[in-house]
Design a protein around this ligand. Structure first.
Ligand code: NAP
Ligand code: MG
Length: 493
């Protein structure tokens, strides 16, 4: 059986515990590998390695650091198909989406490599004569990365690439469900020539390894993506230690369909947003706010199309919807369907664990649509993280905006309309970090900031230039070449 190891100080090694757990394919139930289960001592060693490596890495010119990132990009590109296959077998999303996700990491690698020659600060005039003023970015030190299973390489790339190009070292705990792809990504960094100790991979549970990263005094910042529950808890503990914490958490994203929308286009966006990755994207469409004048038409068209969504193993190119991550997730989704029924929502399609010969050993849930959902129902407020979407009727854009903004999350939102005035109003008023016009709630591009408002995040952003803010401190520098004491705000007034 394949063994997945830790990578600490440039060496692939087993944890001090000697214990292993299994990694399953969620579509087939097959065991893919055994992964080493780490302890606090493994985290200690990883932090020591990172601290020591970072001392010289911060002095390497950023364009030279970036050369390694270009190499990472080329290697990712060469292995795109192989990595996509691993991704699909480990977490279940269909192979096309797997390829798309690897492409996202490739894009991010090229983009962040470019930052090696930008990483702009400011030069500004000083208020005093013969004095020079500028600001530069400096690395924070050692970054602790804690990542989820649903985008196992894209999210890891959003965090690790900006951290490294800006001169930090990394201790990374990937999700328990996706250690194989994590190890492959680290192998690419190794092959690209990243000096030892700069990226350290420590496998294991959130409660042991994650916790040790959050509390380690040698880790200066935590970059976390995952659930609200865990993020909140990490924020409390890391905050008490005055660590910088960047949190990207859940969503309850809505597509608004106004009466003048292209309904067929909206149907495409809803099916892709709600059932792609089996609804397990943080940006998944889980509410549809549809104008009552086009509600019946939209429902009819969704019902016509939902039958086309073939369930199965995502490695089969004809499959449109893969499994959900594990049994407990399947049970949680079924529980939400039960809640929706009890709350009085009308089940339009799906609603059950999917069965069939080829689905027998996997975790499959039928694409599910509820309608006549009230905005205050639990299925309309809480993140389900499965292939379940709730249709809520509306009578105006104002009402849609109010409902859109009434949930605790603020990640993504979308509006379908042909009226440019309404579209701009929506862009202004939808309280989410990402807004789409005439496109569904998913599909972020890496050169823009990714993240959300309210309960989705704590003000930081992944990807884009904005991600540099997570991994750098600003240093303001004044150079006085007047040869005398010049007092700002005093000698010049
Ligand atoms: P999760 O349960 O919160 O886990 C995320 C990571 O945190 C995992 O590596 C997990 O380890 C670790 N962890 C768990 N408990 C911890 C603790 N006490 N201390 C430190 N680390 C701990 O989330 P998930 O189920 O993997 O992912 C789904 C969630 O992520 C959804 O809510 C989704 O919306 C969110 N998400 C958000 C974004 C975004 O950018 N906004 C993107 C993708 C996903 P284990 O694997 O060992 O549990
Ligand atoms: Mg979890």
């Amino acid at each position: 059986m394949k063994k997945v190891l830790n990578f600490i100080n440039g060496e692939w090694c087993e944890s001090t515990t000697g214990k292993y757990t299994s990694v399953w394919n969620p579509a087939t139930g097959e065991v893919l590998a055994e992964v080493t289960q780490s302890s606090k001592e493994d985290v200690d060693r990883a932090v020591e390695a990172a601290k020591s490596a970072q001392k010289s890495w911060r002095l390497v010119p950023a364009p030279e650091r970036a050369e390694i990132l270009y190499e990472v990009a080329y290697l990712l590109k060469q292995r795109k198909e192989e990595l996509a296959q691993i991704l699909t077998s480990e977490m279940g999303k269909v192979i096309d989406e797997g390829r798309g996700e690897v492409q996202e990491a490739i894009d991010m690698a090229f983009y962040m490599a470019g930052e090696g020659r930008r990483m702009f600060g400011d030069t500004v005039p000083s208020e005093l004569r013969n004095k020079f003023a500028m600001s530069v970015r400096v690395p924070v030190g050692v970054a602790g990365l804690i990542t989820p299973w649903n985008f196992p390489i894209a999210i890891a790339s959003w965090k690790s690439l900006p951290a490294l190009v800006t001169g930090n070292a990394i201790v990374w705990k990937p999700a328990t469900e996706t250690p194989i792809l994590a190890a492959e990504f680290v192998r690419i960094y190794e092959e690209a020539g990243l000096p030892k100790g700069l990226i350290n991979l420590v496998h294991g549970s959130g409660s042991v390894v994650g916790n040790a990263i959050v509390e380690h005094p040698g880790i200066d910042l935590i970059s976390f993506t995952g659930s609200n529950e865990v993020g909140r808890e990490i924020n409390g503990r890391a905050g008490a230690l005055l660590k910088r914490t960047s949190l990207e958490m859940g969503g309850k994203n809505a597509i608004t369909v106004l009466e003048d929308a292209d309904v067929d286009l909206a149907v495409e966006g809803i099916l892709w947003g709600a059932f792609g990755t089996s609804g397990q994207r943080c940006t998944a469409t889980s509410r549809v706010l549809v104008h009552e004048k086009v509600k019946e038409e939209l429902e009819g068209k969704l019902l016509e199309r939902i039958g086309e969504l073939k369930l199965g193993n995502g490695l089969d190119e004809t499959v449109k919807v893969g499994p959900v991550i594990n049994r407990s997730s399947l049970e949680r989704i079924a529980e939400y369907v039960k809640i929706g029924r009890e709350e009085g929502a009308k089940l339009l399609a799906g609603g059950d664990v999917a069965t069939g010969e080829e689905l027998e050993n996997g975790n499959f849930f039928s694409p599910t649509i509820f309608t006549d959902v009230k905005p205050g129902m639990r299925i309309a407020m809480e993140e389900i993280f499965g292939p379940v979407v709730s249709i809520i009727p509306i009578t105006s854009l104002e009402e849609a905006v109010e409902i859109n903004n009434s949930v605790e999350f603020g990640l993504s939102s979308a509006i379908y309309t042909k009226n440019v005035d309404r579209a701009f109003e929506a862009m202004r008023d939808l309280d989410t970090g990402i807004v789409y016009v005439n496109a569904g709630t998913t599909g972020a591009e890496i050169h823009l900031p990714f993240g959300g408002t309210k309960g989705t995040g704590n003000g930081h952003r992944d990807s884009g230039v904005a991600s540099l803010d997570v991994y750098t401190e600003w240093k303001s520098i004044y150079v006085d070449y007047s040869g005398k004491l010049q007092r700002a705000q005093i000698d010049n007034y």
